[in-house]
Ligand binder design. Structure first.
Ligand SMILES: C[S@@+](CC[C@H](N)C(=O)[O-])C[C@H]1O[C@@H](n2cnc3c(N)ncnc32)[C@H](O)[C@@H]1O
Length: 287
């Protein structure tokens, strides 16, 4: 009786957005008979909505963690032209069904299904990860997603969010919410470098950056002036912000657009003074 009540709570939670207290008792160890998340398929329109939200295309490698009958990765390959798809599923019966579905849909050369615990899976090659799990499982998976996926990779979850990691976007399809997160690059730390003008002038530039997921704030030191940057937006490895400062006695607006690759920051700083724009090259290293 207790077990069926618990299962009912989990099924209600999976069917919509309501989070039942029974979910807090969900198991996380892989269990074929009674897995932490039961099999409830995502409706076809929601599958389409999730893959559209992730903007899946021909260069993408799509992983569905807890892949059920394989519909997410099969649709990604068949309807969105994804390069490859991998379904990770604990239940061997569903893996067999997924392989049969892939053959029937003519995409078995581009998709594969592995019978495996998603927590033990290396999904670092994925550019898109899809989920229909549970709130607690999403939270447990969150550090692995952030540390293993490359900046710019997309994570889409049907129905369940990621705690205090705010989604970059969300859509509602047939009363279901799908959430999108873009994996942010790591930017926390001190970045030291220069701004170089077109005429070759070099200005010392330092950024002290604090990061919370895709949001960052910083203090910039530019030619001896300290500037507070409370809102820096990170989209994958792209960092953009704007600030005002005095330059040679003149009020200017500075618009920075840079790319982070591990410990290197490169980009441009456009200095707009109302009548003209001067573009500086920004180069900095994390020290
Ligand atoms: C709610 S269903 C979602 C199925 C599919 N992703 C979809 O959206 O249609 C969750 C799936 O995760 C699988 N699952 C649960 N725990 C798992 C684990 N630890 N590793 C891999 N798969 C798991 C279940 O067997 C089930 O098929």
């Amino acid at each position: 009786m207790r077990r069926s009540l618990k299962l009912l709570g989990v099924l209600i939670a999976l069917s919509g957005i309501t989070i039942q207290p029974a979910l807090t008792q969900a198991q996380t160890s892989p269990d074929l008979v009674n897995p932490a998340v039961p099999y409830v398929p995502t409706p076809v329109e929601v599958v389409m909505g999730m893959l559209e939200l992730a903007q899946v295309g021909k260069n993408d490698i799509v992983y569905d963690l807890g892949s059920g009958d394989g519909r997410l990765v099969i649709t990604a390959a068949q309807k969105f032209g994804a390069k490859r798809g991998v379904g990770v599923e604990i239940n061997p019966g569903l893996v067999n069904q997924s392989n049969a579905n892939a053959r029937r849909e003519g995409v078995s050369d581009r998709v594969r299904f592995v019978q495996q615990d998603l927590f033990q899976t290396d999904f670092s090659e994925a550019s898109v990860v899809t989920l229909y799990l549970l709130p607690r499982i999403n939270l447990q998976l969150r550090p692995k997603l952030i540390s293993e996926l490359k900046p710019g990779s997309r994570v889409v979850s049907h129905a369940f969010a990621m705690g205090d990691w705010q989604p970059d976007q969300r859509v509602t399809v047939r009363d279901r919410t799908a959430y999108l997160w873009i994996i942010p690059a790591s930017v926390e730390g001190t970045w030291t470098g220069t701004l170089s003008s077109p005429s070759g002038q070099s200005i010392p530039y330092t950024l002290q950056m604090k990061q919370s997921f895709q949001n960052a704030r910083a203090t910039a030191e530019v030619a001896g002036t300290s500037i507070s940057l409370p809102q820096i937006k990170l989209t994958g490895d792209r960092l953009t912000f704007e600030h005002r400062q005095k330059l040679k006695g003149e009020d200017v607006r500075v618009r920075v657009n840079a790319q982070v690759v591990q410990n290197t920051l490169t980009g441009t700083a456009e200095v707009l003074n109302g009548t003209s724009t001067q573009t500086f090259t920004l180069n900095a290293k994390r020290t």
